[in-house]
Ligand binder design. Structure first.
Ligand SMILES: Nc1ncnc2c1ncn2[C@@H]1O[C@H](COP(=O)(O)OP(=O)(O)OP(=O)(O)O)[C@@H](O)[C@H]1O
Ligand SMILES: [Mg+2]
Length: 257
């Protein structure tokens, strides 16, 4: 189980962005973290993967543990070695490197090639383009590559930051299928998403974070039925894809009242 308890994160020693959220990701489950722009979702993932220092951020209170082991003071490389890998927001691939080089960069050297070939089978397009610059791939292909790259480290826990962002609906379905497969292979997943319907369809449990605090959590089925969820995060009358707008304009809601 991955456990976050009472986490406080401060940027530049002054800006407190996480105000004590607690959440749990049981082994073998998909759990989703939802919330509006600026809520602190990416910050929480950075804390989990040890990347806060890159952004002049630090954990000032609380604890993160994985299977009982304290991660709070570990560096990013130690956390990856424990089996926790993050796919960064905005499909950060190394655009000037080839597809093959990107995959190799995600792996521990010696077993890279065999694992890469399984991704080339799963995604023939990556195989066909293995020697081309990754920057020439389409957005959807880059997202697949970003996920594949994280999987090269054979993680036990995968942290995904808005993997559906900016992708066409058909490609979003492919990403969803991939997340399902990763889960079926036994990987634990913490999924940060703006597409609440998609995320709750994949996850067994969901948390909603606003301004650095968890304001709602529950089983996915219950959240899908929840009136506030429907009004603010599931679109209701809004079309799928309008979630960003809902996030922007309607974030002051009764959960905080
Ligand atoms: N390096 C930084 N220095 C200062 N403030 C930061 C830094 N990174 C993020 N923040 C601030 O922290 C808050 C939370 O940002 P974060 O990126 O974690 O939100 P988010 O929930 O991922 O939002 P989005 O849905 O837009 O990705 C925001 O107000 C943001 O401006
Ligand atoms: Mg974010």
């Amino acid at each position: 189980m991955l456990v976050v308890s009472g986490l406080e994160v401060v940027y530049h020693q002054v800006v407190k962005v996480l105000k004590g959220p607690s959440l749990q990701v049981p082994e073998g489950e998909i759990v989703t973290l939802l919330g509006p722009n600026g809520a602190g979702k990416t910050t929480l993932l950075r804390a989990l993967s040890g990347l806060l220092n890159v952004h002049d951020g630090a954990i000032t209170k609380g604890q993160i543990t994985w299977k009982g082991q304290d991660l709070t003071k570990l560096g990013a490389d130690e956390i990856v070695r424990l089996g926790i890998s993050q796919v960064l927001e905005g499909r950060r691939i190394l655009a000037d490197l080839t597809v093959a080089e990107n995959l190799r960069a995600g792996a521990y050297s010696n077993r890279a090639d065999g694992l890469a070939s399984t991704f080339y089978e799963r995604f023939p397009i990556l195989g066909q383009r293995r020697d081309q610059k990754a920057g020439y791939l389409s957005g959807g292909e880059q997202q697949m590559l970003a996920i594949a790259r994280a999987l090269m480290a054979r993680p036990k826990v995968l942290l995904l930051d808005e993997p559906s962002l900016g992708l066409a609906p058909k490609i979003v379905q492919e990403v969803a299928d991939l997340i399902r497969e990763i889960h079926q292979d036994g990987c634990t997943v913490l999924l940060v998403e703006q597409n609440a319907r998609l995320a709750l369809g994949l996850a067994s449990y969901g948390y909603v974070m606003e301004t650095g605090k968890i304001v709602l959590d529950g089983n996915s089925e219950d959240l899908l039925e929840d009136k506030d969820m429907q009004e603010f995060y599931l679109g209701g009358a809004h079309e799928e894809g309008a979630f960003r707008n809902v996030k922007h304009y309607r974030r002051r809601k009764r959960w905080l009242a």
